[in-house]
Design a protein around this ligand. Structure first.
Ligand code: ATR
Length: 280
């Protein structure tokens, strides 16, 4: 890596940022494709976000990813945001235009659907899907599933009002399901996705009785620490196909890398192993 002035710069802004796997992931691709670039962890406190965003142009950055807790704030701060970012209500990828303006998009729904298509190509898009969680990640997954054409999207969230708000805001066949009735909503489903933080190391497990889930349904978790969550282990034990959360992380990174560094990178088993080796 040379820093002679032509090195392409990108990074990820978050607070805290030490946990982010993105520098490792983008670093792998930069080395693999022998690109003269650097992808840096950028610890930006919420009160410094506007200054940090303005600094991107001055520092010559090609762009950045944005992560917790900045994704929603950045939507309001960029000069332009595409319709997808507006639908999701958050930006996770910024490119700096030639005139210095910041353009925001969101690649989370792309990452989710690319990974689902690759890991479970036969998933039934013509059957109802159950999405658990109506937070930021839940919004991106709902957009992906609506765009895939699911006929009925059952949405459940501990705080019911959040699921109701999402359903009324996003056009499409979203049916809010009370949290207490989530197990019943598995009936006839072709896909279940956990988008909550439940099941993550240090958080309680997701309490969900899979008894009514059809045997051919696919079960996805977007949690990737641990990779085999209690939900995925319970699903696998009864014979359901499972999709873990790491693939979405890898795929959501591709559009940003392509925009900044000029090469559409591949998600390979070697990349997955490299990122996995660093997971707790
Ligand atoms: P993200 O952007 O990662 O989705 P978020 O917007 O904070 O983060 O959403 C976290 C999700 O996990 C929400 O669906 C949240 O439910 P609430 O809207 O009721 O807060 C869910 N969640 C977190 N802890 C939970 C718990 N103990 N029980 C049930 N749901 C929980």
């Amino acid at each position: 890596m040379s820093f002679g002035g032509r090195t392409i710069l990108a990074g990820v802004m978050g607070w805290p940022i030490g946990h982010s796997r993105s520098p490792r992931l983008h670093g792998y691709w930069l080395r693999h494709y022998r690109i003269d670039g650097a992808y840096l962890p950028l610890a930006v406190a919420p009160e410094d976000l506007p200054t940090a965003l303005r600094g991107l142009r001055a520092l010559g950055f090609a762009g950045v990813n944005v992560t917790v807790p900045h994704k929603e704030a950045v939507l309001a701060a960029v000069e332009s945001a595409d319709p997808l970012a507006r639908r999701i209500g958050a930006v996770n990828t910024i490119t700096v235009a030639a005139d210095g303006g910041l353009h925001g998009t969101n690649t989370d729904s792309y990452g989710f659907s690319q990974n689902l298509g690759q890991a479970a190509p036969g998933w039934a898009a013509d059957r109802p899907a159950l999405v658990i969680g109506a937070g930021g990640a839940g919004r991106a997954v709902c957009v992906a599933l609506l765009d895939a054409g699911v006929p009925e999207l059952r949405l459940t969230n501990r705080t019911g009002a959040r699921a109701d708000a999402l359903a009324s805001e996003m056009r499409g066949p979203i049916e809010p399901v009370p949290w207490a009735e989530r197990a019943d909503a598995l009936d006839g489903a072709g896909l279940v996705v956990n988008t909550t933080t439940l099941g993550m190391t240090g958080a309680p497990p997701l309490d969900l009785d899979l008894g009514s889930l059809p045997a051919d349904a696919v079960v996805c978790d977007i949690v990737y620490t641990p990779l085999a969550t209690a939900l995925l282990r319970a699903a696998a034990a009864r014979g359901n196909a499972t999709v873990d959360g790491l693939g979405m992380l890898l795929h959501q990174a591709r559009p940003g890398f392509a925009a900044w560094f000029g090469r559409d990178p591949e998600v390979t088993p070697e990349l997955r192993d490299f990122v996995l080796a660093d997971l707790a």
